[in-house]
Design a protein around this ligand. Structure first.
Ligand code: NI
Length: 138
């Protein structure tokens, strides 16, 4: 395990109070845990901004009765097969499907894949969860 280094942080009383409220709400055990998580979150956000290799999840909700939509979603994923790690398909009811697509690759390719999917006619909802390969985080 890597050596832990302690450092002091100075901030306004009001800001610290808000931070402590946040810590309690988010169920962190202490300030250090919360600060570590916030730093990692910022570093992951930077990975996405810099166009590095990232990982994440694309979520789609769509009506599978919509003509050719399932085929189109499948075709796009095959075109991006190097970046699709796995896909989970859930039949939510008679017509609605939820699809969770785990992705890994360059930001450019992941965004291109996401944009191709979300713009398909019949996709009711789409979102992307920006995660990380974890290589640069400890
Ligand atoms: Ni389905």
């Amino acid at each position: 395990m890597e050596k832990i280094v302690r450092f002091g942080v100075s901030m306004e009383k009001g800001l610290l109070k808000s931070f402590d409220t946040y810590i309690k709400r988010e169920k962190y055990k202490n300030r250090s845990e919360a600060i570590r998580d916030l730093i990692r979150k910022e570093l992951v956000s930077e990975e996405w901004e810099e166009g590095k290799e990232v990982a994440g999840c694309i979520v789609l909700v769509y009506n599978h009765h919509k003509r050719e939509l399932v085929e189109k979603i499948m075709d796009i994923q095959h075109n991006f097969h190097r970046f699709v790690i796995s896909t989970q398909h859930v039949h939510m009811d008679k017509e609605n499907c939820l699809e969770i697509i785990a992705v890994k690759g360059s930001v450019e390719k992941i965004k291109s894949l996401y944009n191709s999917l979300k713009s398909l006619k019949g996709v009711k909802y789409s979102s992307i969860s920006k995660a990380t390969t974890g290589k640069k985080l400890r």
